[in-house]
Design a protein around this ligand. Structure first.
Ligand code: HEC
Ligand code: HEC
Ligand code: HEC
Length: 442
């Protein structure tokens, strides 16, 4: 017994030493990944453009708040994480940051005093940034952003997640090498991969998570890379694999979706609305071409610019015949569709290009997680206004008109209608979706 107590005591000492090491081992910061000439100056507009492509605005600006003053809540499985003030205000913002401090926040997720940032700040992806983009953004934040002397709410997670030193262990396990490695003999593909993997941080939402909550799959050689994720109950569809949009859509349709949030198949809703509105709409022709070419390349679509549409036959489907029959004995789901949805999405479920998205084959509709579909049905959705397509076309919410049972029948109907083949939805699923706020920020 005594031996056992001694053993426990020894174990406790070892544990404390390890924790001590984790906490007190000097913080090392990743060095610049490219050699940039000492007298390097950024070109006009470069910093703002990199900020746009990196979408710093979306997370660091609260709804109706001042640009970059922070205070946007980010829901994590461990609690709410509040974004910080990244205006050049010396007190509450990053006004006292040196270039090295700025790089360390993007590469290593550490503040100047060594405090670890939660990976809600996507440094897993920004770690891939080029030195040129970092310098340009540093210039932009220091000189072109208005300082705001306001403190956003403090993040206060429960134990043990408030022990930020623990993030250090996570970083050791989760982070890949810094810097972006060109994998292709082609400048367009390399540029596309760079934008997707670093600034665009597409994997933060579109890649599944490993057991330690790191983004699974580091590049296109891994099947899990961009193979679909779930973000605050919404499915972020797969961008990698035979059923994914980049595999099915034409080059121009994919570009139209990313630039304007709408194309001949779909319209954007949920968190992606902001990605389009705050970030991707600003992509230059050259960069959009690079992103689209890369996403299609990793899905084997190379030079082929056409749409692969599985359901392109003109034969009416059983669902279409049922809806067109207007048979009074049709099942409840079909009747609710005719009453509520048919006016815009039509009996063939295909809607109208750039106005009403297709529900047939729609990734959101058939996703394993029905949270996004239910959110749109209950709360409605609104496309982003972009310079190319300013109209904010909207769908009204049906939350007041449909009971939980009715919404479940209707959702099941659209998930299994036409060529769709997804699981049924229950009234409990609807009740859960109803109690959550809408994923779309208006
Ligand atoms: C997906 C949301 C998200 C995006 C996109 C994002 N950030 Fe952050 N960022 C955060 C959160 C959340 C924190 C605070 C994390 C914490 O408290 O641990 C943070 C912290 C920071 C910090 C540390 C600031 C401080 O006061 O300690 C800096 C600097 C920063 N971000 C810069 C940027 C820049 C530059 C970009 C664009 C390239 C960017 N962020 C994009 C969510 C985001
Ligand atoms: C903040 C999370 C987030 C980020 C970052 C993000 N996406 Fe998305 N994306 C989503 C969600 C959620 C949807 C589903 C939207 C819908 O169904 O209307 C989506 C939808 C899409 C779609 C349509 C897929 C389909 O099958 O309908 C494409 C294409 C896409 N995103 C590409 C990208 C690219 C490229 C990037 C990086 C430049 C990116 N996304 C970054 C969350 C995100
Ligand atoms: C008044 C016309 C109208 C009606 C009625 C309507 N919708 Fe919509 N729907 C739209 C528009 C416009 C959008 C695009 C909005 C957006 O995505 O931001 C949309 C988007 C959607 C989406 C999101 C697609 C995606 O890829 O993100 C789904 C799902 C959807 N509708 C289902 C339904 C269902 C189910 C009903 C019946 C309860 C319905 N709609 C009724 C006009 C309508």
């Amino acid at each position: 017994m005594k031996k056992f107590v001694k053993f426990l005591a020894a174990l406790a000492v070892v544990g404390l030493v390890v924790i001590g090491l984790i906490i007190f081992l000097p913080v090392s910061r990743t060095a610049p990944q490219t050699n940039v000439a000492g007298d390097y100056t950024t070109t006009n507009g470069h910093g703002e453009y990199a900020m746009r492509m990196g979408d710093c605005m979306a997370c660091h600006t609260a709804d109706g708040g001042k640009p970059f003053a922070g205070g946007r809540p980010i829901e994590s499985p461990f609690g709410t994480i509040w974004s910080t003030n990244i205006t050049p205000d010396p007190e509450h913002g990053i006004g006292n940051y040196s270039l090295d401090d700025f790089r360390a926040s993007l590469y290593d997720g550490i503040e100047p005093d060594g405090t670890r940032l939660y990976p809600a700040m996507p440094y897993e992806n920004y770690r891939k940034l080029s030195e040129e983009d970092i310098r340009a953004m540093y210039d932009y934040f220091m000189h072109d952003v208005e300082p705001v002397n306001e403190a956003p709410p403090k993040t206060d997670l429960g134990f043990p997640f408030n022990q930020r030193w623990g993030i250090r262990v996570w970083n050791w396990l989760a982070l890949s090498d810094a810097g972006h490695e060109d994998l292709y003999d082609d400048t367009v593909l390399n540029r596309g991969a760079y934008l997707v993997d670093s600034l665009g941080h597409c994997a933060a939402c579109h890649s599944p998570r490993s057991t330690i909550f790191a983004q699974a799959g580091k590049n296109a050689e891994d099947d899990r890379y961009l193979a679909g994720g779930v973000i605050a109950g919404w499915p972020a569809p797969s961008l990698h694999g035979p059923q994914s949009a980049p595999a099915k859509w034409s080059h121009d349709d994919l570009a139209a979706y990313l630039w304007t949030g709408r194309n001949s198949h779909s319209a954007v809703a949920g968190e992606m609305t902001q990605v389009v509105g705050d970030s991707l709409q600003y992509a230059t022709d050259e960069d959009m071409n690079a992103i689209v070419t890369y996403l299609r390349h990793i899905n084997g679509r190379g030079e082929d610019k056409t749409t692969l549409d599985a359901s392109s036959s003109n034969e009416p489907t059983e669902t279409e015949k049922l809806l067109a029959s207007a048979d009074p004995s049709m099942p409840l789901g079909a009747r609710l569709y005719l009453d509520n949805c048919n006016a815009c999405h039509f009996v063939n479920g295909k809607g109208a290009p750039e106005v009403f998205p297709s529900l047939d084959g729609n990734a959101l509709v058939v996703a394993d997680t029905a949270g996004g579909l239910l959110d749109v049905m209950l709360h409605g959705a609104r496309m982003p206004s972009t310079e190319k397509r300013p109209a904010r076309l909207a769908m009204p919410g049906f939350g007041d008109r449909l009971s939980d049972e009715e919404a479940a029948e209707l959702a099941t109907f659209v998930r299994q209608g036409w060529s769709n083949d997804a699981n049924a939805v229950s009234a409990e699923d609807v009740a859960a979706a109803r109690s959550k706020s809408s994923g779309t920020h208006h």
